[in-house]
Design a protein around this ligand. Sequence first.
Ligand code: NAI
Length: 230
Amino acid sequence: MQRTAIVTGAASGIGRGLAEGFAEAGYRVLGIDLQAVGEPVAGVEPVMLDVTDADAVARFGEGLESLDAVVNAAGVIRRMEEFDPEVFQRVVDINLNGVMRVCAACRPALARGGGAIVNIASMLSFFGGPLVPAYSASKGGIVTLTKSLAAAWAGEGIRVNALAPGWIATPLTQALQDDPARSRPILERTPMGRWGTPGDLVGPALFLTSPAAAFVTGVVLPVDGGYSSV
Ligand code: NAI
């Protein structure tokens, strides 16, 4: 039987790359995002959904039968603006509460399918970001949310892990990529000496949701070209 995966943030960047990767691996993919952007990805069924809309997310979950994988990649960053408490609240509501909403809504279908969750953390899960306090707080929260759900839902056969990408070339990091003064230190510190691509996340996500990772839960796997090792 064909496996089913949900990927949030599927219209752009990492989520788009992961949706494509799961489709190529043979999954039926439901790609959640605020809107469809760019060319449709073959094999990905777009679902217009705002992860901050609690009722809509819950309704979406009620319509699901059985799930093999849920990948939470929807996220935003608001550089320099996140010291405004309203912006802070909004960023956390998307990046952290949104993940919890999707996980909670998908839990019954994941339990029926013996499925696994992969949350997208960040290097800023491990250290602070002086320009992005809300982003960093939300990504720090992703780590302990991942571990907490892993422990809580293991008895239901649901595994919960996270990937912590290093610096990945997507629209979210476009400003950094375009500014040599900011991209140079990133590349100098990255032992592999390049920006990551959304495709770099596909293999690790497929592994964490596969039977090969049957005894792996609660881990946060850096996918960063060595950035966090030095
Ligand atoms: P992106 O900006 O290219 O894509 C994010 C997607 O999330 C967009 O399609 C956007 O429409 C969607 N989204 C935003 N708010 C939403 C909402 N309320 N409901 C549904 N969808 C919503 O960003 P990118 O780079 O692909 O980031 C994806 C994830 O990876 C984010 O969680 C980000 O924090 C994380 N990440 C990115 C890194 C990078 O270097 N690009 C590094 C580490 C983590």
